[in-house]
Write a protein of this length. Structure first.
Length: 107
């Protein structure tokens, strides 16, 4: 009986590292944050030619009245997207940035 219990305890200890989560997983506190990044790293200024993360290509980030902010109308397939205080003219399918206006709200 003792041998069986000892064997079960040894098997549990040996299998524990195998069942552990792999390194590089997202900590629980960051799982619901945009892109799973800490706040200091999430504040990034994107440049022309880069791609916006696709989670920013949703209606809550769109500038619905570009003329109100003295922005030119977006061409077909593009939208003005507001991230932090910066406006990005981005392709709605790929996120490719065609134009950047920094500090749009602070002008």
């Amino acid at each position: 009986m003792k041998r069986i219990l000892l064997a079960m305890a040894a098997a549990t200890l040996i299998s524990a590292p195998v069942l552990a989560k792999p390194p590089g997983g997202v900590p629980p506190g960051l799982a619901k944050k945009p892109d799973g990044l800490p706040p200091g790293q999430a504040k990034k200024t994107y440049q022309r030619g880069e791609r916006l993360p696709l989670n920013y290509l949703q209606s809550q980030y769109y500038v619905t009245q570009p003329a109100r902010y003295q922005l030119e109308p977006a061409p077909a397939g593009y939208r003005w997207v507001l991230v932090e205080d910066n406006a990005y003219l981005a392709n709605t399918q790929t996120g490719l940035i065609a134009n950047v206006i920094l500090n749009l709200l602070g002008r």
